[in-house]
Design a protein around this ligand. Sequence first.
Ligand code: SF4
Ligand code: SF4
Length: 281
Amino acid sequence: MCQFCHQHGEGEKWYLKAENYAEHLLSDIKRSKYIQHFFRDPQRLKDRIDLLDTLNRMPGFVQAVIKPAILGRMKKTHHGQVLPIEDVKEIFSFVNSVVRLPCICRQASLGTEERFCYGLSMVPAEESKLKVIVEAVGADYLTGPAVEGLETVSKEEALEQFMELEKKSLFHSVWTFMTPFIGGICNCDHDCMAMKATVKKSLPVMYRAEYVAEVEAELCNGCRNCIRACQFGAISFSLAREKVSIDPLLCYGCGVCRVHCTKNAIALTERKMIPAAAGIW
Ligand code: SF4
Ligand code: SF4
């Protein structure tokens, strides 16, 4: 269990605790202002990522002071965790509405409208304060050129879309908006700011999943489809064995590689059961 599970999940997976999605948490003015500020300006996110390059060029002792301070703040405001589709389904079993919205990261990094983010609510979408708060931002990219801003989708539709996105090698991550309130689930790849910060800039603003993937060697035919699908570079191919293996130290436990394996050779195991990966977040 990650630190958040102990702090915000009473020792269970924190993102499976319904209270962390509660609408009444949005009555906090500070939180609703934070959410509006977050969605208002995509360029601000990009600037922050660029600042990390500057930070990474500073002497090690400076980084050793500043990075924990940034991470501590992120844990209190906007922190995420990778999760596999099984856990997305569990979340969908207790939330009551889902709205799809354009991704602020893709807007910032590519300038394109990609509808990869999903806001969750414990009440029907038409009563959701989260939807009202985000719509009130009035940012152009949230209205979109082609489709109405925040689309209400059924949970079944959302799940189908998530599974389609896995086929494109996108993984799921769940996010707080002033912790412990959870506002939604994103579908991420290298265009995401969280991915850039965590993997490329050594600032882990998103925890790894509670799982690690393992390959059953007898089933693997060495096709390497999984290597192409893994966003984290966790899978390698052995020329001698003509099979792949997954490095538990690099695996984020997203489960996306499974979708690309026609031999059903990959399965997820609880992280705590894998000694090499237990406690690595
Ligand atoms: S190896 Fe790990 S990180 Fe890579 S796709 Fe599979 S589960 Fe995700
Ligand atoms: S996709 Fe499956 S069969 Fe192909 S290399 Fe990966 S684990 Fe082996």
